[in-house]
Ligand binder design. Structure first.
Ligand SMILES: NC(=O)c1ccc[n+]([C@@H]2O[C@H](COP(=O)([O-])OP(=O)(O)OC[C@H]3O[C@@H](n4cnc5c(N)ncnc54)[C@H](O)[C@@H]3O)[C@@H](O)[C@H]2O)c1
Length: 256
């Protein structure tokens, strides 16, 4: 990697890196010189992202981790220490998408799983990464939230509640660990054309027509690269005076 790489020398862990936004962030980080642990509950896709990075000339390892499992989280951080000697950047991107339902019809198990993966997961990852980050002089933690952290949506109270909680999780970490040299921010995408999004609408065209164009003043869904660009900024020293903040990249969804 060149000397101008924006993440040169950084060691990054990206959860949910086997697909969509997480995969694109992992690839973008590696292009900018970071060494990357591509982590996912699906080992095959985690390894596939790592293979893509290595083929492009970067340095990455693919590993399985269920972010809701405390033992697996501890192991993921221990692997960062044994593979790379520490951790400078953590991206809490993994998420579970519950079926839509009005609140009175949400199965209790869906509520619990949504909070376990989408809130407790980022808590656990941060909880165990922070001491290692602090030992290395600091770092940057990024929670991938959503425009749904700011506005509710019909049938998505469980998902919106979880995403809203990430904004406060970031502010709390920002206060408690600024003295350790650790910054923590959220990045909130609007509708992005990822495999999960397209699956929800059947086809890319349907997703654009039913969700992209009507809901986003810019008239379309976002691209994964547009979110990865924000993550590179938050991971890099370019955002060195930014902590406890939300970087909203939503095509104007919440402007109305
Ligand atoms: N796509 C969008 O429109 C959109 C909008 C706003 C926010 N987001 C957020 O962006 C992030 C990525 O979404 P995406 O659209 O790329 O999703 P995706 O489904 O393409 O990728 C999510 C990845 O997380 C992994 N994962 C699921 N549960 C896990 C667990 N318990 N432990 C570890 N990994 C797990 C999946 O295997 C998958 O690889 C999520 O946090 C999502 O909430 C997405």
């Amino acid at each position: 990697m060149t000397g101008t790489a924006r993440l040169a020398g950084k060691r990054a862990l990206v959860t949910g890196a086997g697909s969509g936004i997480g995969r694109t962030i992992a690839l973008a980080f590696a292009r900018e010189g970071a060494r990357v642990q591509s982590s996912d509950i699906d080992l095959d896709t985690a390894r596939e992202s790592a293979r893509m990075i290595v083929e492009a000339g970067g340095d990455a390892v693919g590993r399985r981790c269920d972010v809701g499992d405390p033992d697996a989280v501890r192991q993921a951080i221990a692997d960062m220490e044994s593979d790379f000697g520490g951790i400078d950047v953590l991206v809490n991107n993994a998420a579970w998408f519950p079926a839509r339902a009005p609140l009175a019809e949400i199965p209790e198990g869906d509520w619990e799983k949504c909070l376990a993966v989408n809130v407790t997961g980022p808590f656990l990852m941060s909880r165990h990464a922070i001491p290692v980050m602090a030992k290395g002089g600091g770092g940057s933690i990024i929670h991938i939230a959503s425009q749904m952290a700011k506005v509710a949506n019909y049938g998505q109270t469980h998902y919106c509640t979880a995403k809203g909680a990430l904004l406060m999780l970031a502010k709390g970490i920002a206060l408690d660990h600024a003295g350790d040299g650790i910054r923590c921010n959220t990045l909130s995408p609007g509708g992005i054309a990822t495999p999960s999004m397209i699956e929800l609408y059947g086809t890319r065209e349907n997703a654009e027509r039913q969700w992209g164009a009507p809901m986003h003043p810019l008239g379309r869904l976002g691209r994964v690269e547009e979110i990865a660009a924000g993550a590179v900024f938050l991971a890099s020293d370019e955002s060195s005076f930014m902590t406890g903040a939300d970087l909203l990249i939503d095509g104007g969804y919440t402007a109305r």
